[in-house]
Design a protein around this ligand. Sequence first.
Ligand code: UDX
Length: 436
Amino acid sequence: MRLSVIGCGYLGAVHAAAMASIGHEVVGIDVDERKIASLSRGEAPFFEPGLTEILTEGIASGRLSFTTDMAAAAGAKVHFVGVGTPQQKDGYAADLTYVNAAIDGLLPHLSPGDIVAGKSTVPVGTAAGLAPRVHATGATLVWNPEFLREGWAVQDTIDPDRLVAGVPDADSDGEAANILREVYHPAVAKGTPFIVTDYATAELVKVAANAFLATKISFINAMAEIAEVSGADVTQLADAIGHDARIGRRFLGAGIGFGGGCLPKDIRAFSARAEELGRGESVGFLREVDAINLRRRERAVEITVSALGGAVFEKKITVLGAAFKPHSDDIRDSPALDVAVRLHGLGASVTVTDPAAIENARRAHPQLTYVEDRDEALRDADAVIVVTEWDEWRRDLSPEHASTLTAGRILVDGRNCMDAAAWRAAGWTYVGMGRP
Ligand code: UDX
């Protein structure tokens, strides 16, 4: 099928390449000339495992191309809209400027029978507001939210847990949904749940999923706060409650909390939208979820200061990680980098290392020292703090080896991902988050 993808950021670039990899003919469109030039050369503009391979294959096969010219969308059967919906500069609500611009730019190139499939995360009610403009061209608007995780984006796009299509009331014969079924043919063939619903439900599925995940993380971080004042161990607590299949162990990783381009902004936009709808109190707990999350960053700083005897001024601290999570170079709202910046603000001499995110981190926070080589970064440190759980230290750094490099023997584990017993046995002071 011929497809267009408007917006070639994280979501759109992966979507375009993934759709080409399952046999479609795809044009990716974006206003950013540098991004389009890079994608056209087969170079991913961000770190995402597997993306370069499918970009290169798609371009070589002739099925995948990128352009800044919106007119290239003409002739495609389905037009995916995957532009960003960032947090507004002066509030919590989502900024829909890019969504509106993408739809307006697309309208002149639509033909009757086309499908416009919105993928951006939007406040509930957005699709209903956009639909009349799209339907006036004879095309049909569907809302088809995206649930991809960074680091697993290619796999999540081709083989998702579920597919959701919000369709207009008029699509009672299911025509639009059936076209989307054809688009996602490999997933549909293997029986992936495909939920056809109305616009509002489709929009809410996405924000509800992210709100639930954020709540789960903040729940366990709240338990970490209680563990800290009662002597309990939050990791054992998570293991124990996680054995209950109704609860489940995933997303019960206590530590410095969540960040990234989605969870923080999505829960804030959800609160803002609920307030607009007169139901702010229904998701009032999301403010608490946000507050718990932000407190954990400060707590990691407090723990580090106290482990270093009450002050970090002029102490050498090596920060292991900058990305908001491993397998990503994304530093948007990264708790890891936030902790590094706070320690630097207290007068510590901070050295940051990360396998993928150094360039992005340096651009955002040039005041920190960045060292690419992990061992170089560890040299002469008075204390080490783990803030992103990359395998490069979680799995591959032994306390014996670290001891040959550092000056001090203090390990603060902001992700509870290191082997506490092994580090203690090697003579280190190990401090986790929410652990005795
Ligand atoms: C998230 C959703 O998972 C995805 O479905 C949605 O489409 C976009 O937002 P992503 O931002 O890529 O995806 O990251 P995710 O894997 O969800 O992690 C988010 C943050 O939570 C990270 O900072 C991570 O370190 C943190 N986290 C995750 C925890 O602190 N503890 C956990 O147990 C799990």
